[in-house]
Design a protein around this ligand. Sequence first.
Ligand code: CAA
Length: 258
Amino acid sequence: MASYETLLVEQRGAVTLITLNRPQALNALNSRILADMIAATAAFDADESQGCAVITGSEKAFAAGADIKEMQSQGFADMYSHDFFAGWERVTATRKPIIAAVAGYALGGGCEVAMMCDFILAADTAKFGQPEVKLAVTPGMGGSQRLTRAVGKAKAMEMVLTGRMMDAEEAERAGLVSRVVPAADLIEEAVKTAATIASMAPLAALANKEMVNAAFETGLAMGIQFERRLFHGLFGTEDQKEGMAAFIEKRPGKWTGK
Ligand code: CAA
């Protein structure tokens, strides 16, 4: 498997565990991390032995934001001509499911990367925030859009305007995270959840992810039609026949991914 300067990547069965590894900067997201993340998520997506990924950081910080030291001297022309941060769209283009396992700080770009994942499992130590306003800027990796969709206007607006952090319990109440677990259990719980997802028929996993994401891009009628067509489409797969036969025969399904 490839090795990366700023990431640790390991496979645990059908689960790829990607650990952000720039501890000296609390995993601040610089161009190197972005390049490594693009490569690691593309490799995960292309590897047929892998069904779900977990992205995590350290106990202290999932990631404390985009790298302020890298951005500080940039001007508008640099940022605009390089379409700074656009590369993260390649990470969100990953078709297989990805879970964010967040302990400690997930601030600015860190919160945004967590929200790029399909759902967030939080340790009870997690802290989420979009503090860019304190640096005289705004979120730039999707935070104003994804946070608002996740927690609604009132809370998102308060968070981006004040820069205050949300703890794990508040984040769960607000719908930003799917579950809170004790910090000591975070990785085990995330990998276990990912293994459950990876054990499903691969095309059904892709289709379920695609469908929920469509809810954020389309109106209700179009979204429901999209769902129904994709549902119909799965009846053209071997795994649908196998899945339903396995249920009737009271045995586990065996998937071919076809
Ligand atoms: N960029 C670059 N370096 C960072 C960083 C960041 N976002 N966050 C932390 N670091 C560095 C610190 O500069 C420090 O390095 P040195 O030892 O060389 O000084 C090291 O990581 C440890 O950080 P602290 O000493 O600050 O640790 P702390 O425990 O006292 O505080 C913290 C932790 C509250 C998270 C604090 O580090 C902090 O506020 N970080 C910045 C948070 C932030 O503003 N994030 C938003 C960035 S902008 C952005 O993300 C734009 C976007 O939309 C994508």
